[in-house]
Design a protein around this ligand. Structure first.
Ligand code: 13P
Ligand code: SF4
Length: 365
């Protein structure tokens, strides 16, 4: 029987944002150094405000491995990020995700049984452990990182995908990249791999929908996964901005399609996009292709620049959005009562293999 926590979630929804903010500030002050709040750039503004440290996935992974003094790491982001924090933090630390339903729909597009099935099917054609390096985007479950750890592979983020692909090619001649086909395709192409040497592995089809000849010829095997937020950005949106505002610079996240990335002036992780726009001269014009919360924040922060959201419709990461003031208040106040809510704990055997894969990445970049 699970006992109800000392502080219930439901009544917190009856409170105003101001009341919640006051309670969060108070709980945070009382917990002091015992607790650190990490916030991803896509978090809604009122939650982001309470983050002690912010960043993209790579920066947050590093921070999680360095902030060993905090007893609790509250991760305002999504599930796979909290898993990475748990894997890289010290055993004495506890990682908490304020809402367990904050997942990543792209990460859900690849699971261990299907990846193992693919590895086996590819093994009918090639000697996988000699020829293929598995490389998982950090937006994936811990067991897939463990799979990479156990098969000589590693992890990449949007800010180091090209370097990690170079690393992967230095190990073996081919790469199996999952779950994001777009990041895999965009980054491989930038390294000079022609599109004809990339194939798409469709996990629902026998042999991924590929012939033996296609598998042999491929240098990169891309998993058929994508981000539903970033695939909203279209080439027509880029064209429209260029027509309306000559001189505008278009910068996008590499989870966008190949066509959109090809048309953009620049691409980068959330941290890199932020840094690029911050460093630009006053008066410069930007159209940004990434999640709305980050773009709105940059707009507000830099009124001296003309900043636009690349898509005419709202592209919001609905799972990131699940972390709200009520959930943050709920987990913090329960900590004050000695109760841990929504702990993220990766089983140690899985964590050990995943750590190997992550450590290979952290050693490279
Ligand atoms: P970053 O690592 O660039 O922050 O990206 C994380 C993510 O999920 C983008 O959709
Ligand atoms: Fe996942 Fe896309 Fe949300 Fe990033 S924006 S967390 S890839 S669903």
């Amino acid at each position: 029987m699970t006992l109800s926590p000392p502080v219930a979630l439901e009544p917190l929804y009856a409170l105003s944002d101001q009341a919640l903010q006051e309670r969060i500030a108070q709980a945070k002050a009382q917990l002091a150094e015992r607790c650190v709040i990490l916030g991803h750039h896509y978090q809604r503004e009122e939650v982001y405000h309470f983050a002690d440290l912010t960043g993209d996935s790579l920066k947050l992974s590093r921070l999680a491995s360095q902030r060993t003094e905090a007893e609790y790491i509250i991760f305002c982001g999504v599930h796979f990020m909290a898993e990475v924090a748990d894997i890289l933090s010290s055993p004495a630390q506890t990682v908490i995700l304020p809402d367990l339903a904050a997942g990543c729909s792209m990460a859900d597009m690849a699971d261990l049984p299907h990846v193992e099935q693919a590895w086996q099917a590819l093994g009918q054609v090639l000697d996988c452990d000699q020829v293929i390096t598995p490389l998982t985007y950090v937006n994936s479950t811990a067991d897939l990182k463990a799979f990479c750890g156990e098969h000589g592979g590693s992890v990449c983020t949007s800010s180091n995908a090209e370097k990690m692909l170079q690393w992967a090619f230095a190990q073996r001649e081919k790469v199996l990249f999952f779950p994001d086909q777009h990041l895999g395709r965009n980054s491989s192409h930038r390294l000079g791999v022609p599109l004809e040497e990339m194939v798409l592995w469709q996990p629902s089809l026998p042999n991924g929908g590929l012939s033996e000849a296609e598998i042999r010829k491929a240098r990169v095997i891309l998993w058929d996964g994508y981000c539903s937020v970033h695939t909203m950005f279209q080439p027509a949106h880029v064209a429209l901005f260029r027509q309306r505002l000559p001189g505008i610079q278009v910068i996008v996240h590499p989870e966008c399609s190949f066509e959109v990335c090809q048309l953009a002036d620049d691409r980068g992780s959330t941290e890199q996009i932020q840094a690029r726009v911050r460093a630009a001269p006053s008066g410069s014009k930007w159209a940004i292709g990434t999640e709305l919360n980050l773009v709105n924040r940059l707009k507000k922060e830099m009124p001296d620049k003309e900043i636009h959201f690349l898509c005419p419709t709202v592209c919001l990461c609905s799972t990131m959005f699940r972390i709200d003031l009520a959930h943050l208040c709920w987990v913090l106040e329960n900590l004050l009562h000695g109760q841990v809510i929504n702990r993220i704990k990766v089983p140690e055997r899985e964590a050990a293999s995943a750590r190997i894969a992550l450590q290979r990445m952290l050693n490279v970049v």
